[in-house]
Design a protein around this ligand. Structure first.
Ligand SMILES: *Cc1c(COP(=O)(O)O)cnc(C)c1O
Length: 424
């Protein structure tokens, strides 16, 4: 364990020893108010990889030069473009290649997954989600329940922290699953909660859901590229994620989907179908009856969105070179440093705040959520005026995410010094 110090010298020494330090140069760091920012919002929108432009330019060129023939003649033939992403995307979420496909956007994919894995009956119709889940997830599960004729008030069970606590205890999650075992259809949680930064014990939750006779899926919007998951080994039924947060693939970028192989090879699983999910060998025979291609790809609807996927490819190449294990190791130390600096500030600054993210690294990714008891918005505005970009969540939380690909220990030191100077 590193003996942290809140000094510039220490931060510079840590950066000097960082084997991943050069990856920062592969990203454009935004300039805000005329100077290079300290960017701590990779949890919200990851930064632009410098290689993204040439990846997109390749597709412009091929479109320009080949027109429709680009489907087969492009350097990366568009007909097969999703194949070029599956292997790297699978390694980010601990999946087999055929269990993963990149397509659409996150909320759309969440609905597609629930079409397959939320099939309520009069006995089994409940969905467990976390209370205060990301709004899109709440709307998605509520609307699915309604679509099937159930009242969300009785169909949706929200997990809440205990009185006086901010995060969920695994034992409480498991107990809620067990106590609803006769009526539970689905457990669907954010793998890493967007607000608190808590990473849930996904393997145990999956086991409990299965023991209760329910399916289990995760929204990894804040997990993918941030927190290590092993979706295949954990026997998770499905997962979805977006690519524009930790995966640096641009605003509104494409999304990823995981379907466990035990379901992916079952053509009888009900799904909403489209031609890109049809048996690839026969796609252009334009036959009448849908026969899904094996694996997650069988859930595709439309032909691949080449441009956002080209950006995603640029980013996944960087992840592959950096190696997720190394990124995670740096992430733990870097976030530990942020926690250390924040804790040293509670003693010395004009602010009253508390880190509500669990302090166990196993229960979090890189994000720390700081509950500021008063003047939170003023602190956020003050930091922004000093070109430090963190993220404000009503009513009183500032989220900060030191991303191991492009953040430095020095960023954390400077954040700490700046907070120390907050006039209050
Ligand atoms: C970011 C995020 C979303 C956003 O959904 P889109 O469909 O990509 O707009 C949904 N759910 C969670 C948990 C998120 O963190």
């Amino acid at each position: 364990m590193t003996a942290y110090q809140f000094t510039e010298e220490f931060a510079r020494e840590m950066d000097a020893q960082d084997v991943l330090a050069s990856f920062r140069d592969e990203f454009h760091i935004p300039h805000i108010h005329g100077k290079e920012s300290i960017y701590l919002t990779g949890n919200s929108l990851g930064l632009l990889p410098k290689t993204a432009r040439s990846h997109v330019e390749q597709e412009f060129l091929d479109w320009q030069n080949f027109g429709v023939e680009g489907h087969t003649d492009a350097k990366n033939p568009w007909l097969y473009y999703h194949h070029f992403l599956s292997k790297q995307a699978a390694s980010i979420v601990g999946a087999l290649e055929k269990e993963v496909v990149v397509m659409n956007n996150l909320t759309a994919n969440l609905h597609l997954m629930m079409v397959s894995f939320y099939r309520p009956t009069s006995e089994r119709y409940k969905i467990i989600i976390e209370g205060g889940a990301f709004p899109s997830d709440q709307y998605a599960v509520d609307s699915q329940a309604k679509f099937h004729g159930y009242d969300p008030k009785s169909a949706i069970i929200e997990l809440k922290p205990r009185e006086g606590e901010h995060t969920l205890r695994t034992e409480d999650i498991l107990a809620t699953i067990a106590s609803n075992k006769d009526s539970l259809a689905l457990v669907m949680l954010g793998g890493v909660n967007y607000y608190t930064g808590q990473a849930y014990e996904m393997e145990k939750i999956t086991q409990a859901a299965h023991a209760a006779g329910a399916f289990c899926g995760f929204d990894l919007a804040h997990g993918a590229g941030n927190y290590p998951v092993k979706l295949h080994d954990w026997d998770v039924d499905f997962a979805v994620w977006c690519s524009y947060k930790y995966l640096n693939s641009g605003p509104g970028g494409t999304s990823g989907v995981f379907v466990h192989e035990k379901h992916g090879n079952n053509p009888d699983i009900p799904r909403f179908a489209g031609w890109w999910g049809h048996n690839e060998k026969e796609r252009f025979l334009m036959k009448r009856d849908f026969m899904p291609t094996e694996g997650a790809q069988g859930w595709q609807l439309s032909n691949a969105q080449i441009f956002p996927m080209a950006i995603h490819k640029a980013s996944l190449d960087i992840f592959e070179r950096a190696g997720f294990d190394r990124l995670r190791a740096k992430s733990i130390t870097l976030t530990g440093y942020l926690e250390f600096v924040l804790n040293s500030l509670t003693a010395s600054s004009n602010l009253d705040f508390e880190v509500i993210t669990p302090n166990d690294p196993e229960q979090r990714g890189c994000q720390l959520s700081v509950l500021v008891k008063s003047q939170g918005k003023a602190l956020y505005d003050y930091l922004k005026a000093q070109s430090i970009i963190v993220d404000w969540r009503e009513p009183n939380v500032i989220r900060m995410a030191p991303v191991p690909l492009y953040n430095r220990y020095l960023d954390i030191y400077e954040l700490g010094k700046t907070i120390q100077g907050f006039p209050g």
